[in-house]
Ligand binder design. Structure first.
Ligand code: SF4
Length: 316
């Protein structure tokens, strides 16, 4: 149970008004952080929402690359992240010198970056993609062109499998959360909860290995492969009373809150992103009152990265 008092939550509401700020929170944030947010969603939804916000300041409760994306999409807003150390193990598997070296081995290749990458990597990419549009992005690229796909190897392997693309090279990156979700864990839970619907969230890299395993037939029950909002919709409209959820456990707070008569079971109790959990409600308070920590992508990088992000937003 949250130790955050209503008084404290009220103070945060007052500060938001005082500083003309809005709070956006990712689905994997701590429950009490989600509860003080104006909008809770996945990284794509957060970016779209950031672009629409009327407030001058955005307090971004998520990991650093997401706050960067908000800064790129809304250069006129002030974007704050309550903890600068909230990184992403997947995004940090590749840096610009590694990408430069890789590109020099494949000079004419098209670079497709999963959205879980730094602004610098996005700026060096031709396309960004999310898990839900990665197949369409790859299919939109002429078949004779080589593709460098980064940084998630499980998503890359899945996309190569679906598109039958032979000239696609995949960066060997992985997220520490999804790397811990193995086919045997999934099968064990699905055998235990035979009557439950099985939902996999393809965003954020957390379940891409499961996605890949399901395409190989290593998983006993066919999953519903859904974006976060798709998962939320399925949880709301589905006929099942139980749902096994394969993603970071933070989303179960929102699911239970919006569907109190249904049961949501995490595929793995310890599928926890330590970076997402670095943001506490006390740090959100500090962020508002001290105007910290500002995330501003340099204009040159932002302009180049925006092209790749715009292409991502255009291909559904
Ligand atoms: S869950 Fe994985 S991919 Fe998502 S933010 Fe955390 S480390 Fe990055």
């Amino acid at each position: 149970m949250s130790l955050v008092t209503n008084d404290f939550k009220l103070k945060i509401q007052e500060l938001k008004k005082k500083y003309d700020a809005t709070i956006l929170a990712h689905n994997y944030q701590l429950p009490e952080v989600q509860d003080v947010a104006d909008y809770v969603g996945d990284s794509l939804g957060l970016s779209i929402n950031a672009a629409k916000t009327k407030q001058r300041t955005i307090v971004f409760c998520g990991v650093h690359f997401m706050a960067e994306t908000a800064s790129i999409i809304c250069p006129d807003k002030e974007v704050l992240i309550p903890d600068l150390d909230a990184g992403c193990s997947l995004a940090s598997t590749i840096d610009i010198s590694q990408l430069n070296a890789w590109k020099s081995e494949h000079e004419d290749a098209v670079v497709v970056s999963y959205v879980n990458t730094s602004a610098e990597i996005k700026a060096m990419s031709d396309y960004c993609c999310t898990s839900s549009n990665a197949v369409n992005v790859v299919n939109s690229i002429p078949k004779d062109l080589e593709i460098l796909f980064l940084p998630d190897m499980f998503l890359g392997a899945y996309v190569a499998d679906v598109t039958k693309r032979k000239n696609m090279f995949i960066w060997p990156g992985e997220c520490h959360v999804h790397a811990g979700i193995r086919a045997e864990d999934v099968n064990m839970m699905l055998t235990k909860y035979k009557d439950a619907d099985f939902l996999i969230h393809p965003e954020c890299g957390c379940t891409t290995s499961t996605l890949y395993n399901s395409s190989n037939g290593d998983i006993v029950k066919k999953p519903h492969i859904l974006s976060t909002e798709g998962m939320m919709k399925h949880a709301r409209l589905g006929n099942a009373s139980k749902y096994v959820i394969a993603t970071e456990v933070g989303i179960l707070h929102r699911m239970a809150k919006e569907n109190p008569s249904k049961t949501f079971i995490p595929i793995k109790e310890n599928a926890i992103c330590k970076y997402m959990k670095m943001i506490t409600v006390e740090k959100v308070y500090d962020s508002l009152i001290k105007n910290i920590y500002r995330v501003k992508v340099p204009q040159k990088i932002a302009d180049r990265a925006r092209l790749a992000i715009d292409r991502m937003l255009q291909i559904s």
